[in-house]
Design a protein around this ligand. Sequence first.
Ligand SMILES: *[C@@H]1O[C@H](CO)[C@@H](O)[C@H](O)[C@H]1NC(C)=O
Ligand SMILES: *[C@@H]1O[C@H](CO)[C@@H](O)[C@H](O)[C@H]1NC(C)=O
Ligand SMILES: *[C@@H]1O[C@H](CO)[C@@H](O)[C@H](O)[C@H]1NC(C)=O
Length: 216
Amino acid sequence: MQAVFWMTAGLLCLAPGLSSAQRPRPCRSPLLYTGSFTVGTQNEKLWAVGNYAYDAVNQRIYLGEVGRYNNNSFIYDVLFLFDEGVLYEINRQNQTCVKEALHSDFHPMQVPKDAAFVSQVVLGSNSSLVQGLLVNNWRGYIPGITDHYFVSFTEFGCFPVLMLIQTKDFGWVGLSYYNNILGADPNCFIPPPFCEDATLVENEDGKVTNFFSVFH
Ligand SMILES: *[C@@H]1O[C@H](CO)[C@@H](O)[C@H](O)[C@H]1NC(C)=O
Ligand SMILES: *[C@@H]1O[C@H](CO)[C@@H](O)[C@H](O)[C@H]1NC(C)=O
Ligand SMILES: *[C@@H]1O[C@H](CO)[C@@H](O)[C@H](O)[C@H]1NC(C)=O
């Protein structure tokens, strides 16, 4: 995490200035795609790697991940069905399923409209077209939700690449996204048969269940 952050800071310093005519605008990612991610937190309580499927048309997200939380390994899938207001935590090994009320709104994957443009950089090498990936870096502040954030999205296609998000529970959270492919298998978003019997649980304190609260 330290290393990621340091490298990000380095990229910012080295970034050449752009004239205002070429200044990128905040963009929204494609509506439907599939990819992989890694996530790690500053306080090292959590890391995970996995796959995801994103469907902004029907407001649903699938995450399949393996990782460690508080020194315990976990393998599980999470299915967020925002339009139905539920999420499923699915343990395929044990064939168990927890169905929870999901109280947060669907937030499309995008550079927030009020994000401040930081720089445009090439990841990898800019020596030849096939060696580099052109990304735009943005930063901003959403009080109460993420506090400070830093995000990189590709210039072409508006795919997320890197996110650094400040959270109360985990400190800085770093997410990287890769291997994105347009489209998603609709079956990803259908809970497995053993979820049918799961009863809906409201989590304690009526706490808002959001993307990060599934890592408990
Ligand atoms: C995880 O394990 C390491 C080494 O055993 C220990 O130093 C650390 O405190 C543990 N972390 C947590 C959150 O339990
Ligand atoms: C799954 O089953 C294993 C073996 O019975 C058990 O150790 C583990 O705690 C279970 N995991 C969950 C999430 O219930
Ligand atoms: C990458 O190289 C091209 C061609 O030399 C140049 O126009 C462009 O400014 C470079 N981009 C960055 C971010 O350095």
